[in-house]
Design a protein around this ligand. Structure first.
Ligand SMILES: *[C@@H]1O[C@H](CO)[C@@H](O)[C@H](O)[C@H]1NC(C)=O
Ligand SMILES: *[C@@H]1O[C@H](CO)[C@@H](O)[C@H](O)[C@H]1NC(C)=O
Length: 514
């Protein structure tokens, strides 16, 4: 716990900080008390006393998935239940009617943006302008998503380069990849940054490490900041978290690139030939006022790293583990992908033809998304659900994801089974249309959320995951030594792949280069 040590050492070295401690203690305990009491009139899972509820918290942190499944089993049909998280109670919305209602409630009442701001203490970690002015969201949703076809050669080039340097390279031999999950995080970070800031920066190990580390800095930083009352948060955010130093290091790398791009726009006009089409450029084109500074553009790039890397690499690793645990699916996938590559080369059209691949990754994410909860909201005003449930101002709400996906009412008798071609079979039956595509959110498939706040980066995330899976399937055989999938780590609402698990890779002698 070097962070905690850091905090304590800093506190002792600066006596004036120690003198704040009493005030802080009083103010934060008061706030904490209020958050910790189950003060919403909705059934709870686990003990509810101020002290005994910590047992529930412990259980939730150790295995959140189990607690949520228990809640869904008991209260799934009535509409809601509550669980105790480390910092507060969370209302979990479970029924179709209630989820639909939650989606319809305006942001001024149940706010998505403020819920994530609260979760990551955004004002004191990433900076207040990220939430106050989220101009990057429409860019992601429209221009960037439209550019994906154009950017695809870059995406696939980075997939190939990153995988070649990460995966075993001895044709015909089974080789165990130590820390497969870590390797996938690294590959996703490179591929994401290829379209965020371009090459060669996306291949710089130091830059890639910063992008990966930033999320940890923010999440740990938020846990520390949350313990303090508001008036001390700016100070705590600066002194006791690494967010500032990570941002400064990233700025050092990005500033020369940003400056040379501004210079090019100045010299050669706003729309010069071969102008990059990556996110950094799109941000630079749309930023106004203080958002145009290298520092604020750097922050924006870092929050995209935050949003993209860990979520996507968790899902990708789950999909890879699912394949290694059931290698009999490699054959049909390989056949489909080879045919599509023959006809269309490594293009987005090729990817669109691979329905089994889409279904495989989607099904893996149905059972094991990045999170077992989704669609967070915080009540900015009191709100009464149409069934009469009163939600006081300040309540945090989430929608159940994984536990609901295992409901036979949604997915039939095989709901808890991994049935990789479930969705491609549905597509065959229903004909064309995008209904069963992985990128299409639906009330029965919530990993990307649903409604107007559905994840704007999902088109890229799905493209990246499928491209990486396709590359692996064409170039490697994979399996687990034990033949079995390693157990997941369900910490609070996360569903993490086992980071020590090793997938065995055997490179095929007929390598398929892009
Ligand atoms: C409304 O939903 C809550 C939460 O699930 C439940 O406890 C309550 O019984 C429901 N009220 C009515 C009137 O159905
Ligand atoms: C970045 O934006 C914030 C908030 O909008 C502003 O206060 C700050 O001065 C900006 N930073 C720079 C270096 O321009």
């Amino acid at each position: 716990m070097s962070l905690l040590q850091n905090v304590l050492e800093n506190a002792l070295l600066h006596p004036w900080i120690t003198s704040f401690v009493v005030a802080v203690f009083y103010a934060s305990i008061k706030g904490y008390w209020k958050r910790r009491k189950a003060w919403v009139d909705v059934p709870t899972v686990g003990p509810t006393g101020i002290f005994s509820s910590y047992l529930g918290v412990w259980k939730y942190i150790r295995n959140g998935d189990e607690v949520l499944r228990e809640g869904y089993e008991k209260y799934g049909k009535t509409g809601m239940f509550q669980v105790a998280d480390l910092s507060r109670w969370t209302v979990v919305v479970t029924s179709v009617e209630m989820i639909q209602e939650l989606v319809r409630v305006p942001d001024e009442i149940l706010s998505f943006v403020q819920a994530s701001n609260e979760l990551i203490q955004g004002d004191w970690t990433m900076g207040p302008n990220i939430h106050a002015n989220d101009y990057h969201v429409p860019i992601l949703r429209s221009t960037f998503t439209r550019n994906l076809g154009f950017l695809y050669p870059e995406i696939i080039a980075e997939v190939e380069a990153a995988m070649n340097s990460a995966l075993p390279d001895r044709p015909g031999e089974w080789v165990a990849l130590q820390g497969t999950y870590g390797a996938m995080i690294n590959c996703i970070a490179r591929v994401a940054n290829r379209v965020f800031v371009g090459a060669p920066l996306c291949q710089d190990p130091e830059y890639v490490a910063l992008g990966i580390r930033y999320a940890t800095d923010v999440v740990l930083g938020a846990q520390v900041i949350r313990l303090f009352p508001d008036f001390l948060k700016p100070l705590v955010g600066r002194m006791f978290t690494r967010v500032g130093s990570t941002t400064r290091q990233a700025l050092k790398q990005l500033k020369p690139i940003i400056e040379s791009r501004y210079a090019a726009m100045e010299e050669r006009g706003e729309k010069y030939e071969d102008k990059p089409k990556d996110i950094l450029q799109l941000l630079m084109d749309d930023a106004v006022g203080i958002e145009r500074t290298a520092e604020n553009l750097t922050r924006r790039i870092l929050i995209l790293n935050f949003a993209a890397i860990h979520t996507t690499s968790m899902s990708l690793t789950h999909a890879l583990f699912s394949l290694a645990a059931a290698p009999e699916y490699i054959g049909p996938l390989r056949e489909e992908i080879e045919k599509a590559v023959d006809e269309h080369g490594w293009t987005k059209t090729m990817l669109a033809k691979c329905r089994k691949l889409d279904s495989f990754v989607k099904e893996s994410q149905r059972l094991r998304g990045a999170g077992t909860l989704t669609m967070a909201r915080i009540a900015l005003q009191d709100y009464t659900f149409s069934n009469g449930t009163f939600i006081p101002k300040g309540t945090v709400l989430n929608v159940i994801s994984t536990a609901r996906h295992a409901d036979p009412e949604l997915y039939g008798e095989t709901a808890v089974d991994f049935d990789p071609f479930r969705y491609s079979v549905m597509r065959e039956a229903d004909g064309e249309g995008t209904k069963h595509h992985m990128v299409t959110p639906s009330i029965d498939y919530l990993p990307f959320g649903f409604g107007r706040h559905a994840c704007p980066g999902r088109f890229f995330a799905v493209t990246a995951m499928k491209s990486m899976m396709a590359y692996i399937v064409l170039n490697y055989d994979v399996k687990f030594a034990s033949g079995k999938r390693p157990a997941d780590r369900a910490i609070a609402s996360l569903c993490l792949p086992d980071s020590s698990a090793e997938v065995l890779f055997r490179k095929r002698s007929i390598a398929s280069s892009t």
